[in-house]
Design a protein around this ligand. Structure first.
Ligand code: MN
Length: 294
């Protein structure tokens, strides 16, 4: 029996001047495999008075997966990386115990910024480990009737992305043309579909930008039908066994652990290192459970 498709509404959030649609986590769905966060940025016109720069900020316990549909971003991190990312390329930062980064407009004052940033929760084995950064500009391409896919992370058919993976999960961009497209998928994976452009029909349900279609486990194939041209991201993985505690830019296991992560950033502890950025560090108020007046 085919599992049901569940359509979950995301919410709109602001990151500086940038409007994002956050479709994971939501009340109805906390994670899809190890995937724990999905932000869809723009499309947003870049003009001299709209700043899309995000100054240095910390991460722990997760990987950031950055994927653009248009525009460019300059990534700088406390490992010394400085990497321009353009559409079709993957930036993958593994935070482990701690890393800091900034995401900056590389001096482009025109055009559109449009993309996705997703987070992957790191498992117990690596979440306290070393940070690392990877950039991939050549990723496996897969094609079938009415669909062209890029494998960002994990495997698809006989293809395998070179991107680091600490758990059994995968993600791919789908460029859909009008008509039916059938993709082989794994029975032991749960899947989620995020639509970035256009409208995609999954088993009679329509999925639009801002939503996440939760597809569950136990499928051998997935049938999608785009209404015209559409771009989507299919994420999946073995259901994540560990119970995560997410707060701000951290993926932890407990409030105490988050308190320490926050404190180490607030006090400038060497845990997160330094980012060679001209933008100001991003600070956030202490977690409410540390505030004695509440
Ligand atoms: Mn970040």
């Amino acid at each position: 029996m085919t599992p049901e498709v569940e359509i979950l509404e995301g919410r709109v959030a602001r990151i500086g001047a940038l409007t994002v649609r956050r479709s994971l986590p939501t009340r109805g769905c906390r994670m899809v495999g190890a995937w724990c966060f999905v932000d869809h940025m723009g499309p947003q016109a870049i003009t001299p008075d709209v700043s899309v720069d995000v100054g240095p900020h910390p991460h722990s316990g997760l990987q950031t997966v950055t994927w653009l549909l248009s525009g460019a971003f300059l990534h700088r991190d406390s490992l010394g990386s400085e990497q321009l990312i353009r559409p079709g390329e993957l930036n993958l930062m593994t935070a482990g115990h701690g890393v800091a980064h900034s995401e900056e407009n590389p001096g482009m004052t025109s055009g559109q910024l449009h993309g996705l940033q997703l987070w992957v929760a790191q498992p117990a084995g690596t979440r306290e480990g070393e940070a690392s950064f990877e950039h991939h500009h050549a990723l496996p391409q897969w094609e079938s009737t009415n669909v062209a896919a890029t494998v960002l992370v994990g495997t698809h058919d006989s293809l395998e992305s070179p991107a680091r993976r600490d758990s059994d999960h995968g993600g791919m961009e789908l460029r859909l043309h009008g008509g039916e497209a059938v993709l082989p998928v794994r029975r032991d994976f749960e899947y989620g579909l995020i639509v970035a452009e256009g409208v995609v029909e999954v088993e009679g349900r329509l999925v639009e930008p801002g939503q996440l279609a939760y597809l569950g486990l136990a499928r051998d194939e997935l049938t999608l039908r785009a209404h015209g041209r559409a771009t989507a991201m299919l994420i999946g993985g073995i259901p994540f066994e560990e119970r995560v505690f997410m707060w701000w830019n951290f993926v932890a296991r407990s409030a105490d652990e988050v308190s320490r992560m926050w404190q180490d950033w607030a006090t400038g502890d060497e845990r997160y290192g330094r980012v060679a950025s001209s933008f100001a560090r991003i600070e956030t108020a202490a977690p409410v459970w540390l505030n004695p007046s509440l």
